[in-house]
Design a protein around this ligand. Structure first.
Ligand code: GLU
Length: 445
């Protein structure tokens, strides 16, 4: 495999899709060795087939705001790869959304979903619509207009969307309501649904909980105790909330959270009612964390800054792609960080990831660390198909087992000769092997 040739051909075909090319490069570099050891991969043109999505839908979403003005947004669904199961992945509603973002996310999702061991292919979608500052009625009208276009292309065994940044239980409710009205069936088709209409217990917490189960396994493999560690978390949405909750439960002290406006440093730890206050902040719709410091005066708000300048044992980016760069990575290491795990998808820049690996820092990539979210979506699909509901304990126990399993798989393929565990390589190879084998078994389609 000639990585540079593949990447330059891809770049010529899809100029300017920087996030997508970044995600592809990371996987290709990781899998180069196993790819070359298996001539059947090259013979079957697996890479060339894997880097092009099965299909992409793009559409106009026109809707009327509260003032009566017409707004126009772009809508997308990238059905990336269904070798393992129906397309599965979230919808992101954020001003920064474009095709490059969604292709990178769909590509990552394909391997992430393979790692969960559940039968799910990879997909992703969304819109450049930003829910920030919009009324409930505006969000509902937008979701309905979005679904009017997309509904024919999804279904419980075809493509199962879920939430992501900007899409939570409220948006899933509006999307699913419209979907059901059009499709005239009640078969799930979305995950992250409300508990009253087919949602799964533990789904809201699952990404954060799963991430902490994974981090705990990473530390255990190095004989490090999680109890008593200090943790920096970025973000303050659903994923960050679940991560803070589980980290605190496991005996660590979370000293930062952040928003687009800056970060909060809370030396006493984000614990107890402060964790629930995160949800209140999120639900205010303003997308800022500054009010936390007004409510809890022993904490400090650092406007326009990122939490990675603080001295911590564990750093968990939980917000958005490329939120932790080389400079941040250097600052964390200078402050003696023990472990860094991406809870957001591709949370670290390529330079930061290379730096962590070069310096042999305990580091794991999003597609392994945050797979608990989609894994629990898979469990929601199972419950919907069986028309039953599992208890919180049952779901949590399955989630825990899945995360341990992902850790074991990543370890299997990620151990370097000197004993360093390269989780980036481990997760990419484990995910790739499964997808590649499934593609070969199903012929040229
Ligand atoms: N958006 C989440 C992710 O990045 C969850 C996707 C899902 O539940 O389908 O994996």
């Amino acid at each position: 495999m000639n990585i540079n040739n593949i990447l330059s051909a891809l770049e010529a075909k899809h100029p300017g899709e920087n996030e997508f090319l970044q995600a592809v490069k990371e996987v290709l570099v990781s899998i180069e060795d196993v790819y070359n050891q298996h001539p059947e991969f090259e013979k079957n043109r697996i890479i060339e087939r894997l880097v092009e999505p099965d299909r992409i839908f793009t559409f106009r979403v026109a809707w009327v705001d509260d003032k009566g003005d017409i707004q126009v947004n772009l809508g997308y669904r990238v059905q990336f790869n269904n070798a393992i199961g129906p397309y599965k992945g979230g919808l992101r509603f954020h001003a920064s959304v474009n095709l490059s973002t969604l292709k990178f996310l769909g590509f990552e999702q394909t391997f992430k979903n393979a790692l969960t061991t559940l039968p799910m292919g990879g997909g992703k979608g969304g819109s450049d619509f930003s829910p920030r500052g919009k009324s409930n009625a505006e969000i509902m009208r937008f979701c309905q207009a979005f679904m009017l276009e997309l509904w024919r292309n999804i279904g419980p065994d075809t493509d199962v969307p879920a939430g992501d940044i900007g899409v939570g239980t409220r948006e899933i409710g509006y999307l699913y309501g419209m979907y059901k009205k059009l499709a005239r069936e009640n078969t799930g088709t979305f995950t992250g649904k409300g508990l009253e209409y087919g949602g799964s217990l533990v789904r809201p917490e699952a990404t954060g909980f799963g991430a902490l189960y994974f981090v705990n396994e990473m530390l255990k493999a190095k004989n490090i105790d999680f109890n008593g560690k200090t943790v920096a978390i970025s973000g303050f949405g659903n994923v960050a909330w679940g991560a803070v909750k589980k980290a605190t439960e496991l005996g660590a002290k979370v000293i930062t959270i952040s928003g687009p406006d800056g970060y909060i440093f809370d030396p006493e730890g984000v614990s107890g009612e402060k964790i629930e206050y995160m949800l209140e902040l999120r639900n205010s719709g303003d997308d800022i964390v500054a009010p936390y410091a007004e409510k809890y005066p022993n904490s400090t708000f650092y406007p326009g800054k990122k939490p990675w300048e603080q001295k911590v044992d564990i750093a968990l980016p939980c917000a958005i792609q490329n939120e932790l760069n080389l400079q941040d990575a250097e600052a964390l290491l200078a402050n003696g960080v023990t472990c860094v795990a991406e809870v957001s998808n591709m949370g670290c820049t390529a330079e930061a990831v290379d730096f962590f690996i070069e310096k042999k820092v305990l580091f794991a990539p999003g597609k392994a660390v945050n797979a608990g979210g989609v894994a629990t979506s898979g469990l929601e699909m199972s419950q919907n198909a069986m028309h039953i509901q599992w208890t919180a304990e049952e779901v949590d126990q399955k989630l825990h087992q899945i995360m341990k399993n992902i850790h074991t798989q990543s370890l299997k393929y990620g151990k370097d000769n000197d004993g360093y565990i390269n989780y980036v390589k481990g997760a990419n190879v484990a995910g790739f092997m499964k997808v590649a084998r499934a593609m070969i078994a199903q012929g040229v389609v």
